[in-house]
Each structure stands twice: as C-alpha cells, then as structure tokens.
Design a protein around this ligand. Structure first.
Ligand SMILES: [Zn+2]
Ligand SMILES: [Zn+2]
Length: 356
C-alpha cells in the first residue's frame, strides 16, 4: 500500500509498504478520508516528542472495513466506520472508571513516543482495534466522519465544565476546534457565548455559527469587553482553544469569582499564572485530554444534520500531494489554513479544483 511516512523530522515521503496485518481483535480499514490535525503539523519538527520518526501520522479518519479479525464481533466487511484516536486497555483503574482517555496504557493512532509506535491514517489502509470503532449511519458522509474525533475533543472539554446554561462562557480562539466548540455549545443551549480571536473572517464565522458576541482582540481588550457584556460580574466559564500566554491571562482575568477555566491548547508549552487571582478569586483550571466516548453524541448530531463541517475544510488533496502540502502548512506558506482532507483514493477532477 501507499503511505506517507515521516522518515525523519520534517521529512515526509510516500512509501510502498505491506498492508498491515491485523490481530484477532482488529479490523483492516481502507481509508476514504483522513483529516489532518494541527498536532501533526506542529509535531513534525519534533517539538512535541510524540511523533518520533519513522511514523505514519494521522488519527482522524473514516473508511470501509476490508478484513475482520477472528475475535471481532459486531463488525463486518463493507461496514462504513470511523474510530477514536485513543487505543485504551480496558483493564486499568481509569478504564474501569470510564475514563478511557486517561488509560495507563493509552496509545494514540499515528503517534510514537519512546514507549510505543502506532501507525496512523495517512495511508491506504490502517489496522484498528475493534473496541475503538464506530459504525456510520448512511446519512453521515466520509468527510464528516473523518472529523468526528476533533469534534469529540472539542465536546470533551465542554463536558469538564460545570453546567451553567444562563451564565457566560468565553471561548478563546477561532481555529477548527474553537469553531466546532461554538456549534456544540449552542446545541447545548449555552445562551451567552463570547468568542475572542484575532482573525476577522473566522470571528464572523463564529457569529454565523451562533456566537452571541465576538471580540476582536486586536481592536479591543477582551477582559474589558467581557466585563461590559456581563455587567461587570465576569464570565462563569472560559474555554481556551488558542493556547497562548495572552489568552491564558485573559481567561483568568475575565472570569468571575469561583469561575472555571478549561484548556485544550498548548501552543506555548509553559505559562506563567497570576497566582493571586487564581487563589483569592477561587478559580478552577481544568486540563482536557482527548475525548472520553463523546464520539457517540457527535455521530448522533451529525446523523440529525445538526453540525456543519463544510466551513473548516480548506482543501482536499490526494496522498501523493500530501508531503509537500503538510510542509507548506508547517512553514505557514498557506495563510488562513484550517482543515486539510487527504483522500487516498484521489480527489477526482471536480474536487481538485477546491485545492489551492
Ligand atoms: Zn488531533
Ligand atoms: Zn486502561
């Protein structure tokens, strides 16, 4: 099969390798659509230490089952599927207490650390343990299905916050996860969602998707804007999908006393914290890791047509085009980039026009 292998940091190559052999509890999936995650783009230079070459990256995808291991129940050849990115053991204390994202033996598809290597979805085929598979309803397209994983990540962070529907939630960032989060918050009846960002076009998009107030932080101080919006009380909740020191600071300062802050973004690996604010205003900070079964809810909303994904798709390309493309995104040669979809079977003449 063809696969995009990262042979060294910053060196991606299309290689011809054997189709993966599956174990008794696994299935072989023919990839239809793989969605490129920002963590792969950022991880290519070795900074994250979780993409140690050689590795086939990619943990957001959909496809069709081609082969089924002998111990697999409930799935058959020809099933349309997507899958979670976390391979969990099912046996440790965390798994047994329904926190599979915190599994002691957690492996991530398309990632390689010092301890494990698990090839991912930037390839024609992938082997997947059956316990992380999700069957797709006919109403769900392969493209939408390839983005169930990042949408689940966006939803998991919301689930970590206490429910305060009539309170105010401030969302920092306007990237893919942030825009998914806007839709998910509105689906759960959050009535006062303030989105803070620096990209005018994406802020407008956030507004279209239901944001109650947008704040351009290049024009306006986010804390002042949130204080005015909440009649000087402050927001109940903050959600950081941007991951910069400045958004972290703003999040802490625009919260009301007793407020909660969740973060999923670590563009900057270390932050300084205003400890006086944190302690005297009794704030709670939550880190949010991957997702914990939120995929089911996302698939239900997709089936009901309640979530859009079209607006985040920047381009659709073939596997052969992917190495150069990923490097160009890494070097920020393509501005305003959101989601890149890789279609290993090719993009077809009518689709390739949507490429840059
Ligand atoms: Zn991801
Ligand atoms: Zn476990």
């Amino acid at each position: 099969m063809k696969a995009m292998m990262m042979k060294e940091y910053m060196k991606l190559e299309i290689v011809d390798i054997p189709i993966p052999e599956i174990r008794e509890n696994e299935v072989l999936v023919k990839i239809k659509v793989a969605s490129v995650c920002g963590s792969d783009i950022h991880g290519m230079n070795g900074n994250s230490k979780r993409r140690q070459p050689p590795i086939i990256m990619g943990h957001e995808a959909s496809g069709v089952i081609e082969e089924v291991g002998k111990d697999v129940a409930g799935f058959a050849v020809g099933d349309r599927v997507t899958f979670d990115s976390t391979v969990y053991c099912g046996e440790c204390g965390y798994c047994k207490s329904q926190q599979i994202n915190l599994c002691d033996h957690r492996m991530v598809l398309g990632a390689s650390t010092g301890e494990y290597r698990r090839h991912g979805a930037y390839a024609e085929y992938i082997s997947i343990p059956a316990h992380i598979l999700y069957k797709l309803d006919d109403a769900i397209s392969f493209e939408d299905a390839a983005m169930v994983e990042p949408m689940s990540v966006a939803l998991h962070a919301i689930h970590l916050l206490p429910p305060v529907k009539d309170g105010c939630l401030v969302l920092f960032g306007t990237g893919t996860i942030a825009l998914f989060a806007v839709q998910l918050l509105k689906l759960q009846d959050f009535n006062n969602v303030v989105v803070v960002g620096r990209n005018h076009k994406n802020l407008q998009l956030a507004k279209e998707l239901g944001a109650d107030l947008i704040v351009d932080s290049t024009q306006e101080d986010p804390t002042t804007a949130v204080m005015n919006y909440t009649k000087q009380v402050g927001a109940d909740l903050a959600y950081d999908a941007a991951g910069a020191q400045s958004t972290f600071d703003s999040a802490i300062h625009c919260l009301r006393k007793g407020g909660h802050f969740v973060t999923i973004a670590n563009l900057t690996p270390e932050f300084t914290i205003d400890m006086l604010s944190l302690i005297t205003r009794q704030l709670t900070i939550h880190g949010s890791c991957a997702s914990n079964g939120e995929n089911e809810e996302i698939l239900t909303w997709l089936k009901e047509g309640k979530i859009r994904t079209d607006y985040v798709i920047s381009a659709k390309i073939s596997l052969e085009e992917a190495p150069e493309y990923l490097l160009r995104i890494h070097h920020k040669e393509i501005p305003e980039f959101q989601k890149l979809l890789i279609l290993p079977e090719g993009t077809g003449p009518e689709k390739s026009e949507q490429s840059f």
